[in-house]
Design a binder for this molecule. Structure first.
Ligand code: ADP
Length: 394
């Protein structure tokens, strides 16, 4: 049985057809720039890349094309279910779940918490139900893994009434990735599923780190929204919230406009003035671009500082795991961060670090306890595996 995995965002929809048992990907693709004249459907099948213009297609047209494609490739018959990435499950979901009308209503109730992500996620669920009505659907939440955090980690020190009245608390994101790579690290360390003190650093365009104790998330860097925590591609990560008032008074911009700048024009892009892309910044820094150099310094320092802070929730450190596009590929960032964290007993192995790129997993320290690992993340596989499990159980 194969699973169709769908990650429906505001202007793109990623899809994959894969076997949850073997991880074999039969088809991967993305509908990009949805709603614009440059909209396109790009896919990879049998190792060959293809692209088709979609000329201003909306989400419905884009997904109709994607489903027509998997039909044309003879994959529809093999599908046992559809697994959706859903960003915000609030405090309502601590695990993946079969989608029912009640679940849809609950995801709708979480829209105020995830106003940018939940509406397109819900649209994906509605469209998949329309286009593939015979298939059961499953929601896999970015927030679910972090529901085990204790109050001391998830509470903000603000009036407690805000929690009851407005659901103000820390939720955390990238849960599917943190869950997958921490479980892999347990395997690599010969630990049982309920053992180990592991830090996971998911470093992609969005970045977050999590403290995983005995298989459960006990703290994480993202909060009410994915804006909190580490320096990211275009997001600032944690800043003094009074900055928003200051900038509204200083510039006349609205609070929402300043927030938008913190989400879209800050982080690596804002500091460097050049790019949000780590590869481009490493290259520019190497050629002497000072703002790119500063961006890398701040990125690594904030990352190391927050990782060290997360160790408090663990009480001990067995392993630090790097994942995501940067974590899986950037030899330089891992080197800088491990140097900053040397006091924890992490001793970088330069040769192993240089080799752990492009999907290669492994230990990159001489030290064994604690050790640093590179583990390529497989969020689609996790979504497919959860979907298959729930479909079979039902
Ligand atoms: P997303 O969060 O959108 O899934 P990815 O996990 O693919 O993003 O990560 C994208 C980031 O990974 C970009 O900043 C990109 O520059 C970075 N990256 C990819 N390959 C390398 C590399 N070889 N060296 C440094 N950074 C890399």
């Amino acid at each position: 049985m194969n699973i169709l995995v769908l990650n429906c965002g505001s202007s793109s929809a990623k899809f994959a057809v894969l076997d949850p048992q073997t991880g074999l990907e039969h088809l991967t693709g993305i509908a990009q720039r949805i709603g614009s004249p440059e909209a396109s459907l790009d896919w990879n099948h049998g190792g060959t890349k293809h692209s088709k213009p979609l000329h201003g297609a909306d989400h419905g047209q884009a997904l109709r094309e994607a489903v027509a494609l998997l039909r044309a490739l003879g994959l529809e018959e093999s599908l046992g279910g559809v697994g959706h990435r859903v960003v915000h499950g609030g405090s309502l979901f601590s695990a993946s779940t079969l989608i029912t009308p009640e679940v849809v209503a609950q995801v709708q109730a979480c829209i105020p918490l995830g106003p940018l992500h939940n509406p397109p996620n819900l649209l994906g669920i509605a469209l998949a139900g329309e286009l593939l009505p015979h298939l059961p659907q499953v929601a896999v939440f970015d927030t679910a893994f972090h529901q085990t955090m204790p109050p001391r980690a998830y509470l903000y020190p603000v009036p407690l009434e805000w929690l009851e009245q407005h659901a103000v608390r820390r939720y955390g994101f990238h849960g599917t990735s943190h869950r997958y790579v921490s479980a892999k690290a347990q395997e690599m360390l010969n630990l049982a599923a309920n053992e180990g003190c592991i830090l996971t650093a998911h470093l992609g365009n969005g970045c977050s780190a999590t403290a995983v104790k005995n298989g459960q998330s006990v703290d994480t860097t993202m909060g009410l929204t994915p804006l909190e925590g580490l320096v990211m591609g275009t997001r600032s990560g944690s800043v003094d919230p009074a900055l928003i008032g200051h900038m509204t008074r200083a510039t006349g911009l609205s609070a929402d406009a300043v927030l938008d700048l913190l989400n879209k024009k800050s982080g690596l892009l804002g500091l460097s003035g050049l790019s949000n892309d780590m590869r481009a910044l490493e290259q520019a820094a190497d050629q002497g671009h000072q703002r790119a150099q500063i961006a890398l310094e701040v990125f690594c320092y904030v990352l190391a500082r927050q990782l060290a802070g997360l160790v408090v929730g663990l009480g001990r450190l067995d392993a630090l795991v790097f994942t995501g596009g940067i974590g899986e590929n950037s030899v330089l960032i891992r080197q800088k961060v491990l140097h900053l964290l040397g006091f924890l007993g992490l001793e970088l192995d330069d040769q192993a670090n240089a080799q752990a790129v492009r999907g290669r997993a492994g230990r990159i320290t001489h030290s064994l306890r604690p050790q640093a690992l590179v583990v390529p993340t497989k969020e689609e596989l996790m979504i497919a595996a959860d979907t298959a499990l729930l479909v079979q159980a039902s």
